[in-house]
Design a protein around this ligand. Structure first.
Ligand code: CP
Length: 307
């Protein structure tokens, strides 16, 4: 199929065919990262701006590595070193970036909807690298790639997402993405961390972790997003770990070959025990590796497929 999208903003606006095309392309491009010379000339002469208003280790680094492996020229801007600190608005920043004629702008922003606004203002393709509590589509795509690689399919699988669903853009994008691809999604966490009406997306809610994990093919564990909470919505981290932390004992109640995922960063001993995060079922670092492949695929499809 011809990939004709201008922007990658959320999972809602990607069709099943487009998601399949992204996953297939990423699977093919992943091989480049295993070569001794990890570079192809595909995007030579293209310019990519990485604009991160929020902290990031995995997403920012993998976008940059992905662009470089395809030979694109890259520029990175952070909020603290840009003219945002002098009061420049996102709209003015967008117009000034546009004047320099980049091909893609990758943006992470604390405000939900900021990438959508940017996409309306610029001719360049815009990729959402995480906007507030709204969406993190490239994380959902790399998560789906990891599961498909391990299980050969997404359809019919049971995916349990555990923890702070309410404040998680990763959860929202994964719920929409996995359900769209035919998986069943079950959510579990403290009632204060499960948003009202989340079932409208097609997910099922359980308040006890055991109910969610006992027949799951995939368990995705989320960090408590303290930076997005008005007040801590659980008495203490110790109690959270006791009630909802994924420990070796709890994992014993799950399927033997269950996949353990976490988008990172991990708070060891809170939402997940170290023995589980580093254990034989964990695919957490494979998620990170696939992040490079997914972002290479998106650059390739947006810049090559659109030509
Ligand atoms: N998964 C993820 O978005 O991690 P970073 O915040 O480190 O980019």
């Amino acid at each position: 199929m011809e990939f004709v999208k201008k922007d990658i903003l959320d999972m809602e606006s990607l069709s099943v065919e487009e998601i399949q095309a992204i996953l297939d392309t990423a699977e093919t491009l992943k091989e480049i990262s295993t070569r001794s010379i990890k570079k192809v000339p595909t995007l030579r002469g293209k310019s990519i701006v990485h604009f991160f208003y929020e902290a990031s280790t995995r997403t920012k680094t993998s976008f940059e590595i992905a662009a470089k492996r395809l030979s694109a020229d890259t520029v990175s801007i952070s909020a603290s070193t840009s003219s945002i600190v002098k009061g420049e608005t996102l709209a003015d920043t967008a117009k000034n970036l546009e004047a320099m004629n980049p091909d893609v702008i990758v943006i992470r922003h604390h405000a939900a909807g900021a990438p959508h606004m940017l996409a309306r203002l610029v001719k360049a393709s815009v990729i959402n690298a995480g906007d507030g509590m709204h969406a993190h589509p490239t994380q959902a795509l790399l998560d789906m790639m990891t599961v498909r690689e391990k299980r050969g399919r997404l359809e019919g699988l049971r995916v349990a997402i555990i923890g702070d669903i309410a404040h998680s853009r990763v959860a929202r994008s994964n719920i929409v993405g996995f359900i769209k691809m035919g998986a069943k999604v079950v959510l579990a966490g403290p009632p204060t961390m499960i948003p009202m009406g989340i079932e409208a997306l097609g997910a099922h809610v359980r308040h006890h972790i055991q109910e969610a994990i006992h027949d799951a093919d995939v368990i995705m564990v989320l960090r408590i997003q303290k930076e997005r909470q008005q007040a801590f919505v659980f008495p203490s981290e110790r109690e959270y770990a006791q009630c909802y932390g994924l420990t070796v004992e709890r994992l014993a109640e799950a399927k033997e070959d269950v996949l353990i995922m976490h988008p990172g960063p991990i708070n060891r001993g809170v939402e997940i025990a170290s023995e589980v995060a580093d254990g034989p079922c964990s695919v957490i670092l494979e998620q990170v590796a696939n992040g490079v492949a997914i972002r290479m695929a998106l650059f390739y499809l947006l810049l090559g497929g659109r030509r």
